[in-house]
Design a protein around this ligand. Structure first.
Ligand SMILES: [Zn+2]
Length: 456
């Protein structure tokens, strides 16, 4: 084996911990600050998923994604970046492939769930979800709704690399068959999102308690996190499963009086290898920026906002939307995305007129070969587009390409004059395209059987 081909991994330590700060006024001393110091210094956590917490103001807004639960609770769940080398940003809503509508990820007891994107230099971002199971009649009911809220995340570009953890307040460590069945349902629902429980991935998970409420006498895999009960859990996406190195708990947090829960700590060796995922126009623009720089990203954002504006302009001119430009199809789950600008012809007969697509490696593809609708179903009309495109400096599409998929470099569009010429071509295709009326079908030949049946 050639060691130089081995990608260099980066260590990450993450803790999930219920800080129990709601009980603070009843505690003998202010342990809040000590708890955060313990998390950073003693545990060495670089990032934390915390619950029943109030992150200190001095952490700074860019280090904390936090929502207060309010009502009679002045605390909530948070994702906190403790190591200055890592960054987090909130993720409030996502879209999926079949709708431009965005879906909020936290609808049930807002503040009980915090979702953030973690960026570790050199590593594809990871989505972090900090969850607290609120006792609102039934924790199982809350947790099933919280997980249901998160389903769109897993249909979005941000669902392929997830670490979800927290005080779910749900435990399989019980002898009560009713409670066990409901807990199993919660965990099955989490698994249905594709997540894997972190403790199942390591050879030496934390040991069970001899007094585990399930009655197995420490032969089970239940990890005591609150007294003898297992209320806290950590899950990871399959793409990260092979990068989990250790899962541990630290009982000194409880003996030192910092909380009534122990922190669950996970150690990962993050690989710089990219995980395939699905894409939308935002994540595509970000990827273009990552590969080709901010000027290239700006081109994508301008072309996306052109489509948005043009769609509104056409709709206000006709009073009804006859053409959709903002669907932005992509090529599925991949590390090499391609984004299509298409004109969905919404009037009957419906149709799709292709315009261009852009490949993440930096090519613009002119979709001559897919222009199936008038007037651009003719090579004469496409030739007019070709001539205009060739007015861009650095573009020279030969006439023999009129039935094919010619390409030019994305960098050509960094010149604003070139970008304006391309937009003029897109504008023309959008304005003029219409679906051909359906061909009149031949009347079906009369079947002898039918004639015979009708005669009876
Ligand atoms: Zn047990």
């Amino acid at each position: 084996m050639d060691d130089e081909t081995q990608p260099e991994t980066i260590s990450l330590r993450l803790a999930s911990w219920n800080l129990n700060h709601w009980r603070q006024p009843l505690l003998p001393a202010d342990t809040r600050r000590a708890a955060w110091e313990y998390l950073t210094r003693d545990i060495g956590a670089q990032v934390a998923l915390v619950q029943e917490a109030v992150p200190p103001l001095e952490f700074g807004r860019d280090r904390v994604v936090y929502g207060e639960m309010a009502g009679h609770r002045n605390w909530g769940s948070a994702v906190v970046a403790l190591d200055p080398a890592v960054c987090i940003e909130p993720l409030g809503s996502v879209r999926n492939a079949w709708s431009r509508r965005r879906f909020l990820l936290t609808n049930t007891h807002p503040g009980s769930v915090a979702v953030a994107r973690l960026t570790v230099p050199g590593i594809q971002p990871i989505t972090l979800v900090s969850v607290y199971g609120v006792l609102d009649g039934s924790v199982v009911s809350t947790m099933l709704r919280v997980i249901a809220d998160l389903v769109p995340l897993f249909d979005s570009p941000y669902g392929a690399r997830v670490i979800l953890g927290g005080d779910l307040n749900v435990s399989r460590a019980t002898k009560d068959p009713k409670h066990l069945a409901r807990a199993e349902a919660v965990f099955a629902t989490i698994r249905s999102l594709g997540l894997v429980e972190a403790k199942s991935l390591v050879t030496e998970p934390p040991t069970s308690s001899p007094e585990c409420p399930c009655g197995s006498g420490a032969t089970c895999d239940h990890v005591p996190t609150w007294g003898r009960a297992e209320l806290d859990h950590l899950f990871v996406s399959p793409s990260l499963a092979g990068q989990v190195r250790a899962v541990s708990v630290d009982p000194t947090a409880v003996t030192a009086g910092l909380s009534d829960h122990v922190p669950l700590v996970i150690d990962l060796e993050l690989s710089p290898e990219r995980t395939p995922h699905i894409w939308d126009e935002e994540s595509f623009a970000e990827e273009i920026g990552r590969r080709h720089g901010p000027a290239a990203r700006d081109i994508i954002e301008r072309l996306v906002s052109w489509a948005d504006q043009k769609e509104r302009e056409l709709a206000s001119a006709t009073g009804v939307r006859t053409k959709t430009l903002t669907r932005f199809p992509t090529n599925g789950s991949t590390i090499d995305p391609e984004l299509w600008w298409q004109v969905d012809l919404e009037l009957e007969p419906k149709g799709i007129q292709s315009t261009i697509s852009i490949k993440a490696k930096g090519d613009v593809v002119v979709q001559f070969g897919n222009m199936r609708h008038p007037p651009f179903d003719s090579t004469e009309a496409r030739d007019e587009l070709r001539v205009t495109l060739n007015e861009m400096d650095g573009v020279d599409i030969p006439a023999r390409q009129l039935r094919w998929w010619p390409r030019f470099p994305l960098s050509v569009l960094e010149d604003p004059a070139n970008l304006a010429r391309l937009v003029a071509v897109l504008d023309r295709i959008t304005t003029e395209s219409h679906a051909a009326p359906p061909a009149v079908a031949d009347p079906p030949a009369e079947s002898e059987d039918l004639v015979a049946a009708a005669a009876e």
